[in-house]
Design a protein. Structure first.
Length: 149
């Protein structure tokens, strides 16, 4: 399934780094930056998270809530958040159910080997739960610029 701008964002439910249940419907009336990333504590994912952290105030001023999702565990997310002082929630989608809903669990290739993994994709969801934009070519060090333009 390929989601695109204009589609209704699929409702999801997942646990954050503290075991709290987070649902998309919790953010009705707010703009959401829903970003999928491969793995905690890797260079690209750290650069992306830190860019969002460093610009978090500007994102909030524009009315955005930031939520990250990977297949890492709640414990891994806790460590990642603590290490880099991340001010937003990370969902532990260990079952890959949210990845499946959003089409971000994809075949990838490295050194000629094919494997399944998380595609680095960001969905900008408006106050009405509609996808406004899908950012498929994420610039990890300048991600906020891609969102707020």
């Amino acid at each position: 399934m390929t989601l695109k701008a204009g589609d209704k964002a699929p409702e999801f439910e997942g646990k954050d780094q503290n075991g709290n249940i987070i649902k998309l419907s919790d953010f009705a009336g707010k703009k959401v930056v829903l970003y999928f990333y491969p793995k905690d504590n890797t260079p690209g994912c750290t650069a992306q998270a830190c860019n969002l952290r460093d610009n978090y105030e500007a994102l909030q001023k524009q009315g955005y809530v930031v939520i990250g999702i990977s297949t890492d565990s709640e414990k891994s997310h806790q460590n990642f958040i603590n290490k880099y002082q991340l001010p937003f929630s990370l969902i532990a989608d260990t079952e890959k159910s949210i990845h499946e809903q959003y089409g971000t669990w994809q075949e990838k290739s490295m050194y000629g080997k094919k494997y399944m993994g998380t595609a680095r994709i960001t969905f900008i969801i408006n106050e009405n739960g509609m996808i406004e934009e899908v950012i498929e070519k994420v610039k990890t060090k300048d991600h906020t610029e891609q969102i707020v333009k």
